[in-house]
Design a protein around this ligand. Structure first.
Ligand code: MTE
Length: 332
């Protein structure tokens, strides 16, 4: 990708960065209370985002998306979440431009509703889902995940969604389905970045079937208690927390089950720099920079030090087994 990173020393998280237990409990109780309100608020939200924004008490500015706290261990649960403002104004979404501020500035005309997602390929029950039906397919959970970009920065974000496996079970993949492709929106009328040829559009990503079925792999509809802002991938995106951020495609329109490994947008454009797996790995450098450390967005003070990047972004105990016996230098 575009940005080169620095190569500062390592640092461990300091105690003041960890959310006190009491604050965390309070927050969790609030989410439970919100969940009691039912999914109706969330569904109405897609149609009336702006009107609702005036009425519902919440941290940001979009419609509330109630969720229960997930039992799936997010590994970053006790870390301080990145400020909503940073998470929604410092983005990679090349369909809207290459500058980090472009998506928040230029995604206003993008229409995340009405929206449908085609689920097709090697499945017994291919289907076309309206976003409202996808939202209802399973209970919404809040999961606090780290996002680590290949460029060397990271965030901690409370996402809302459910495991992609819920959708996969529903469509019944055939035995021959080995990979899952994610095709995202490409609308030249509302996405000014499409006029640049830095990538082949639409943006395409892929996962191996066992990765796609892993409970940590989240189909995300919201963040910070609200529906996703356009710049973060409204109305739905993928969130695969142990992989570099580029694996988590935004504004998905098609999910296809295949026999062959996906030729993703990044492996097509720069095969020597970006691999299919793209697992966060501090021991395997990008050809142009180290991946050993990262800058946490929001910790940009004069004396801010870089953090040590964790194997599989800190999710090694949950996902390491998926790669047992694989040479991770070769399969980067
Ligand atoms: N999805 C689409 N459709 N287009 C993109 O350019 N960028 C990826 C990923 N998903 C991208 C995308 C990259 S490089 C990163 S790091 C993350 O989105 C950034 O997600 P965020 O802006 O929510 O932090």
């Amino acid at each position: 990708m575009l940005i080169k990173t620095h190569r500062d020393g390592f640092i461990h998280p300091v105690a003041s960065e960890i959310t006190p237990q009491s604050v965390y409990r309070e927050r969790r109780d609030m989410l439970r209370w919100l969940a009691g309100g039912g999914a109706g608020v969330a569904l109405a939200g897609w149609a009336q985002r702006d009107a609702r924004a005036q009425m519902v008490q919440r941290p940001g500015k979009l419609a509330a998306l109630p969720a229960v706290r997930s039992n799936v261990d997010g590994a970053a649960t006790m870390e301080k979440s990145t400020d909503y403002k940073d998470a929604s104004t410092y983005n990679n979404f090349y369909e809207f431009g290459t500058d980090k501020s472009d998506p928040a500035r230029l995604a206003g005309k993008f229409q995340p509703t009405p929206w449908t997602v085609e689920v097709e390929g090697l499945v017994r029950k291919p289907a076309r889902y309206a976003i409202e039906d996808l939202l209802k397919l399973s209970a919404q959970e809040e999961r606090i995940y780290r996002l680590r970009c290949v460029e060397g920065w990271s965030m901690v974000i409370p996402w809302i969604g459910y495991s992609l496996s819920k959708l996969i079970e529903r469509v019944e993949p055939l035995g021959s389905a080995k990979y899952v492709e994610f095709h995202t929106a490409a609308d030249p009328k509302t996405m000014p970045g499409l006029s640049a040829s830095m990538l082949e559009w639409p943006y395409v990503e892929g996962l191996r079937m066992d990765e796609a079925r892993h409970p940590l792999t989240l189909l995300a509809f919201g963040m910070y208690g609200e529906v996703l802002p356009n710049q973060n991938g409204a109305p739905l995106r993928l969130m695969t927390p142990w992989k570099y951020g580029f694996k988590s495609g935004k504004s998905i329109v098609r999910i296809r089950f295949t026999e062959k490994e996906t030729r993703t947008s990044w492996t097509r454009s720069a095969p020597t720099e970006y691999g299919f797996f793209a697992n966060v790995n501090p021991n395997v450098d990008h050809p142009r920079w180290s991946q050993a450390t990262e800058r946490r967005i929001g910790e940009d003070g004069l004396f801010a030090k870089r953090r040590k990047t964790l194997m599989f972004n800190g999710y090694e105990s949950q996902v390491g087994q998926l790669y047992a016996g694989m040479d991770l230098r070769k399969f980067y």
